[in-house]
Write a protein of this length. Structure first.
Length: 384
């Protein structure tokens, strides 16, 4: 399999996958080429139903994702990853399909996937979702191998050639997870926003799971040690951890924010300046297939360079924080600077927090961004 670089197939479908080369860690959304690799069949006959190995599950995932992308309308999105969260079945994988554009036929996609499942001897159970989507569960000998969700995604309009030439601005809102009402205010903005969710808070998993339905992207807001060690989370990355400790912490946190397609640092001015720790982190993120956004809480950060060296898709905050001063007028000024920065640079990533002043400024300023020639996007569109 090729590296995690975004591609456009001939049908112009966007396909993202974090399926790594080795079968040990099979999943997390990042971009890759889905190679159609059939399972080895004995004597040319179809494989009899039986318990599948992780490698076989991985191969079927690739085939399902490729088939979905070919059957879906232009600009549809297919993402796949290892199953996460408390309800995740060991060795199972998940596929998310967002159908965009006119004429998207969910039943055609569903039937194509059912055909793949049948060919591999997998039992299929389907259930309708509240907003017109479909959830499919695939099993081998009563063991769940795949969970698939198919939805119509109409929040963001299809990109036109004119929109593709516009400057792009991604806004990340950190520190979600504790206050459900704040998350609802973010969702009510009804614009592409990336939320970064702290793990192990009262509503972390709930908010992460619902964000996608509102056109939002999710990242894990990974706690890391700051220079002054201000308000540390119950668990965080810090220099001196062994590689096994780093992996255990990061995997546990990704499981706690199961919809996370990427990671950025929470605080971390001490941790992101430690090259040994960042190298260990990026190896794990590479395995998981998630991207990394460096919040740049210190000028001494080496996180972005470590991510690039490890082959992790990455970017960094390249305009000032939106709400160091929690005053609506101050936030509006910062937001306008971010819009200007996007126009000047071609693309920009701004980071703020779900403070009342920030949300008020976003409600007022964001509607005029397009008039100013700036397209709002989720942050995964700006990682490279």
């Amino acid at each position: 399999m090729q590296s995690d670089d975004a591609i456009q197939l001939g049908s112009n479908h966007s396909i993202k996958s974090g399926l790594p080369n080795r079968p040990r860690r099979v999943f997390a959304a990042g971009a890759a080429v889905f190679a159609l690799v059939p399972l080895l069949l004995s004597g040319g006959c179809e494989r009899k139903p039986g318990r599948l190995s992780p490698a076989q599950v991985h191969q079927i995932t690739e085939e399902l994702a490729k088939t979905a992308a070919d059957a879906a309308p232009k600009d549809s999105l297919v993402k796949s990853r290892r199953a996460r969260g408390k309800s995740a079945d060991a060795g199972s994988e998940e596929i998310y399909i967002a159908l965009r554009g006119a004429g998207s036929n969910m039943q055609i996609v569903k039937q194509k996937l059912e055909g793949i499942a049948s060919r591999h001897g997998l039992a299929v159970a389907s259930a309708d979702l509240d907003k017109g989507g479909v959830r499919m569960t695939l099993r081998s000998r009563d063991v769940i191998t795949h969970r698939i969700e198919i939805e119509h995604f109409t929040m963001a309009a299809n990109q036109t050639s004119a929109a593709a030439e516009m400057a792009r601005l991604a806004i990340v809102l950190d520190d979600l997870g504790n206050d459900r009402s704040v998350a609802d205010e973010v969702f009510a903005l009804r614009v592409p926003i990336t939320i970064s969710v702290l793990p192990f808070h009262a509503h972390s998993e709930e908010i992460a799971r619902e964000a996608r339905q509102h056109g939002c992207e999710v990242m894990l807001h990974l706690p890391m040690q700051s220079v002054v060690n201000e308000s540390p989370e119950q668990q965080e990355l810090h220099p001196g951890l062994t590689p096994d400790q780093v992996r255990a912490i990061v995997e546990k946190m990704l499981d706690a924010v199961p919809e996370a397609d990427g990671v950025n640092n929470h605080q971390g001015s001490q941790a992101t300046a430690d090259i040994t720790l960042m190298n260990e982190l990026m190896l794990i993120l590479k395995d998981e297939g998630v991207f990394y956004v460096d919040s740049r809480t210190t000028a001494a950060t080496v996180a972005f360079d470590a991510a690039k060296h490890a082959g992790v898709r990455t970017a960094f905050r390249n305009v000032p924080f939106l709400d160091d001063v929690q005053n609506p007028e101050a936030v509006k000024r910062q937001l306008l600077l971010a819009i200007q920065g996007a126009k000047r640079k071609g693309e920009a990533i701004a980071i703020g927090h779900p403070h009342s002043a920030t949300l008020a400024a976003l409600r007022e300023i964001l509607p005029q961004a397009k008039k100013d020639g700036v397209q709002l996007v989720v942050v995964s569109e700006l990682v490279h």
